[in-house]
Design a protein. Structure first.
Length: 178
């Protein structure tokens, strides 16, 4: 049985994609790529200032290009930005080139995590606690139908990090499909 050679972690801001990605990469001896970091390195500016200067659509266009490039890398765990699956044909690009894992986390947990980590995230940085919860709930309702098409859905609050390696290695490459 051939196993997958590329994994995409998808999910809402604050779901833990970057932290989990770093852990899995170490566990598997693969390379970890965080798309937000790749974006900032390539553009030599923060995502917030890119949004301010060029707007969200330009950000999504650049994100799409980065994803296409990463989709040919081997032995990589790619932590995607929360919006990636929901723009262009990014979800199909990911599903046809690797294993997609949706890290599902409850809206209230996301709110508590994001409240102290919103400065670097232009879509939520100016929101107070109530606005943040409202935003998370309505964006999740919009995005979850897409996140839910991932090959695997895991409970991001309950699944221990060390279980990801086993799940990835057990997933048959032949079952990757659009
Ligand atoms: C975004 C999520 C962010 C980042 C940008 C937009 C989104 O990534 O790409 O601020 O649209 O959900 P994280 O999910 O890593 O926070």
């Amino acid at each position: 049985m051939a196993s997958v050679e590329r994994v995409y972690l998808i999910g809402f801001m604050g779901s833990g994609k970057s932290t989990i990605g770093r852990f899995i990469a170490i566990d598997m001896g693969w390379t970890n790529i965080d798309m937000d970091h790749a974006f900032e390195k390539e553009h030599n500016c923060t995502i917030s200032s890119f949004f301010e200067q060029h707007g969200e659509q330009a950000f999504r266009d650049e994100e799409e290009k980065i994803l296409k490039r990463l989709s040919t890398e081997k032995k990589v765990i790619i932590s995607t930005g929360g919006g990636v699956p929901c723009y262009a044909n990014n979800m199909s690009v990911m599903k046809s080139s690797g294993l997609t894992i949706y890290i599902q986390v409850d809206a209230y947990v996301l709110m508590n995590r994001l409240e102290s980590a919103k400065e670097s995230r232009p879509l939520i940085r100016s929101k107070n606690k109530d606005e943040l919860l409202h935003y998370i709930k309505s964006k999740l309702a919009e995005r979850e139908p897409i996140y839910n098409t991932a090959h695997m859905i895991v409970d991001g609050q309950a699944l221990p990090f060390y279980c990801y390696k086993m799940l990835i290695e057990m997933f048959p490459k032949e079952e990757l499909k659009q």
